[in-house]
Design a protein around this ligand. Sequence first.
Ligand code: HEM
Length: 433
Amino acid sequence: MLPPGPGKLFSISAARRLLRDPPGLITDFTARYGPVWRTHLPDRGRLKDLVWLMGPEGNERILAATHKDDFSWHEGYRFTMEPIFGATTLILLDGAAHRTRQRALQPAFHARMDGDHGAAMREIAEGRFAGWRRGETIDLAGELKRISFHVVARQFLGAADAEIPPLTRLFEEIGLGLFSVFKVPLPGTRFHRGVKARRALAGLLAERIRDYRRSGAIPANMLGSLMRSEDDAGEPLPDETLVSEMLALVFAGYDTTSSLLTSLWVELGRRPEIHAALQGEARALGEATPQASSEQPLLDAALQEAERLHPPLVFCLRGATRDLTFRGFEIPAGSKVAYSAHYTGRMPELFERPLEFRPERFLDGWRPPAYAMVGFGGGPRACIGKRFAQIEMRLITTLILQRWDFEFLPGQSDEMYYNPTPQRRHGFQVRIR
Ligand code: HEM
């Protein structure tokens, strides 16, 4: 038996809603159809089945190492990512090709890089703070996004400060292009703007790679480690692959982090007593360093709670590589399959008072059940940037807590859009005290 769902006739309206309001669609359809249901998604001119496996068992079925050959990332994400990033990025590789690329990238995310990444994060945040004035109102969501973009653009690409504003604009266009329903490059559409932004960025990056090669000075950043790496045949990666990989990594690495950081601060605005306790913890700490997290149990708990309630990737996709069954339902080979960190993180069966921001739940060593929290994915292909993101989120939050007092302005709109990470349409205004 195929999973229940709204039927092909409603597929385009369901796909549109999925882009506009993924949490709403997922919550409503799971309430209506149960933990396994089916919608459709346009993929290269055809409507493909998209089967949703909701809850921890579904997460495990998709993420666990034992099932890894049942699913393809390439078939899951190709329709949206390939037109913008090309086919040769880590995210779109499967099997041995994926493992080789993962090995090439791992050094840039290793713990020995923490000090270097941490120093850059601190300097960039402090540069941004220098423009904050007491009594002024700032859009904290926008500030956090600028800081996180600056961090990845510098640490991954070696971008200079003056390059940050134009690069930010181009990457924003890429995000909107990625998450558009129709991938037809008609002038004026989001997709067309995304493709144009991709072309401009690819040109800039290719030039930079040529300059590095000409001068023989391969930098010690992520681009440099990729330039030094080889494919399975022992050949250096072609320039086009370097360009695609860097675009995908920068994209994956900033909106996710800034979305989660913004969600955390919005929640702190609603729970002043937690904000005050976090300030106390941070101010007792002395110098904030990437290593200091063991001394900040409350901050760790608050970050976990933000991840549980507001995971930046509301859902994730795969392609089924063979005919599968799950809870008695058939999933034919070639279908797409999805899991949702957002849905599982809010299940009342797993979390008491699930819609409330209560970092306290993670104190005293409480751990959620297996596969209940998958904000960074899980299994052999969990997020490669998790360590980097966690260092950044801890460090930036600690620096702000130590140095700034905010008045959280009441009555702000909570309207969201998804690019694909949750973004506040009207930002998040705070007054600096
Ligand atoms: C709060 C921040 C972040 C969150 C919540 C997050 C979340 C995720 C999730 C859920 C996945 C798995 C997707 C799936 O199962 O389909 C993933 C994979 C990935 N993430 Fe992150 N991520 C974050 C930060 C970063 C950063 C800073 C980077 C830096 C480059 C990054 C790069 C990647 C890449 C390349 C993959 C694909 C891994 C692979 O194919 O093996 N992420 N991330």
